[in-house]
Ligand binder design. Structure first.
Ligand SMILES: Nc1nc2c(ncn2[C@@H]2O[C@H](COP(=O)(O)OP(=O)(O)OP(=O)(O)O)[C@@H](O)[C@H]2O)c(=O)[nH]1
Ligand SMILES: [Mg+2]
Length: 429
């Protein structure tokens, strides 16, 4: 069974807190501030691991947390940065972040930062100024980014075998490669794509046996969307067409059904080069098989091969044809990352407006916005000195002015990031 989807939760490390500390020396009663900064929280990274083939490991583990940053300490000791956490995924994994940012990871060792660790807080030493020689104020570390992430594996096969259920696709891949898919005389035997490798003297071709497509697949019928998604990255399609369908259906109409679904799923699929493999030739006379092949050659601008998985007829020719038609892949540079990522970054939410002021009731206000949220997260408002610092920052950000034009008077309650406090800018400490 191929596990091609997983939902995980990631959380980058929180930044360490800055320290409040004062130098102690034998003969100095109270030395200068020497509290160090907190370390940065660890990032959560995703890296392509060539040895992985599916997303199975995510069934057992769905939560990924990077280490938090160490707290600052006295004697100007900074906290250590949190170690990043690396999540390994197989090549061909598409990663979608909670905010809609999407990454396509295809090259070995390609890497992205999925969630950034929180910044560490500054220690009290950094708050020393001419007027404040002994600050009892340090910042808290910030939370790391976190959220749900969707992983979706799309096969990286060179060749895709497509066709109606029961056409003989799995039988073909079993003959051409060492894959051992289930084969049976009823439709929908194959429920997940099978991969096999065609070995040639100087190269390998990866072939995917795609589950049978049916009419309406491009609209989602019979898991059609999922299966068609696997075809997207192939470079050549082998359309497997039953010469003697059990249900007595017309091969010409059967062929048209599949081609229509491919084109409707994605017009680019209609452009992919094709090989038509007429299957189960052993079930008709050689004359019938040749006549059918001639008729198809007249209709299509694609190579047409008569094959039988039962007798191996035409299989060497098919293998030769595939190796000839699929160009040797250009070597993927290790740092393919940058350009590709730019291309696939489909969506980035616009930066939020700085802040918003809302009047909740008489003498009650709420301020929202990333910057003010972070400011509150960084400080312990029980600490008077920290509160005064926050007030000064709010002043500078223009929040106080905005509050005043909304009717705020000093001493009113203000809520920021879920914390309600009495805001009294300018009041003496
Ligand atoms: N006589 C004969 N029977 C074949 C040949 N190829 C496949 N079959 C039979 O046709 C039936 C379907 O074959 P599969 O290979 O499972 O077909 P499939 O296209 O993978 O079918 P789904 O997975 O259901 O989409 C099985 O009973 C096979 O034994 C062939 O070359 N000759
Ligand atoms: Mg099959």
């Amino acid at each position: 069974m191929l596990h091609d989807r997983a939902n995980i939760e990631v959380r980058a490390g929180r930044g360490g807190d800055g320290a409040v500390s004062f130098r102690r020396e034998a003969h100095v009663p109270k030395g200068g501030p020497d509290g160090g900064d907190g370390g940065r929280g660890g990032d959560v990274l995703v890296r392509v691991d060539d040895s992985l083939r599916d997303l199975q490991s995510f069934r057992r583990r769905a939560h990924f947390r990077a280490e938090r940053g160490g707290h600052g300490q006295g004697s100007q000791k900074h906290g250590a940065d949190g170690d990043p956490l690396v999540i390994g995924v197989p090549p061909g994994t598409q990663v979608e972040r909670w905010d809609g940012t999407r990454y396509d990871l295809v090259a070995p060792a390609q890497e992205i930062t999925l969630a950034r660790g929180g910044a560490g807080g500054r220690g009290n030493r950094r708050f020393t100024s001419a007027v404040r020689q002994a600050p009892r104020l340090a910042e808290r570390g910030l939370d790391g980014e976190e959220g749900p992430v969707e992983l979706h594996l799309k096969l990286l096969a060179d060749v895709g075998l497509v066709g109606l259920p029961n056409a003989g696709k799995s039988s073909l891949i079993a003959r051409l490669t060492r894959a051992q898919p289930k084969i049976a005389d009823y439709p929908f035997t194959t429920l997940q794509p099978n991969l096999g490798t065609l070995e040639a003297a100087d190269r390998q071709l990866v072939i995917a046996d795609i589950p049978g497509l049916i009419e309406g697949a491009s609209g989602g019928a019979g898991l059609g969307h999922d299966f068609l998604a696997h075809v997207e990255r192939t470079r050549l399609l082998v359309h497997v067409l039953d010469l003697a369908p059990l249900d007595g259906s017309d091969p010409v109409e059967n062929h048209a059904v599949i081609e229509r679904e491919l084109a409707e799923h994605d017009p680019r699929l209609a452009e992919l080069p094709r090989v038509l493999a007429l299957s189960k030739a052993d079930l008709v006379t050689p004359e019938e098989a040749q006549a059918a092949a001639e008729a198809w050659r007249a209709r299509l601008d694609a190579p047409v091969l008569v094959t039988s998985s039962a007798t191996r007829e035409g299989l060497d020719e098919l293998a030769t044809e595939l190796l000839r038609r699929v160009p040797v892949a250009p070597p993927v540079p290790l740092e393919a990352g940058a350009d590709e990522l730019a291309e696939y970054r489909v969506y980035r939410p616009a930066a939020a407006r700085e802040f918003e002021v809302e009047k909740l009731g008489e003498g009650e206000f709420r301020v929202t916005g990333d910057v003010v949220d972070r400011l509150i997260a960084r400080h312990d408002l029980e600490n008077e000195e920290a509160l005064a610092h926050v007030e000064r920052r709010l002043q500078r950000l223009g929040v106080i002015a905005a509050l005043e034009s909304a009717g705020f008077v000093p001493g009113d309650d203000v809520e920021i990031a879920g914390v309600v406090f009495e805001l009294d800018p300018g009041a003496p400490l």
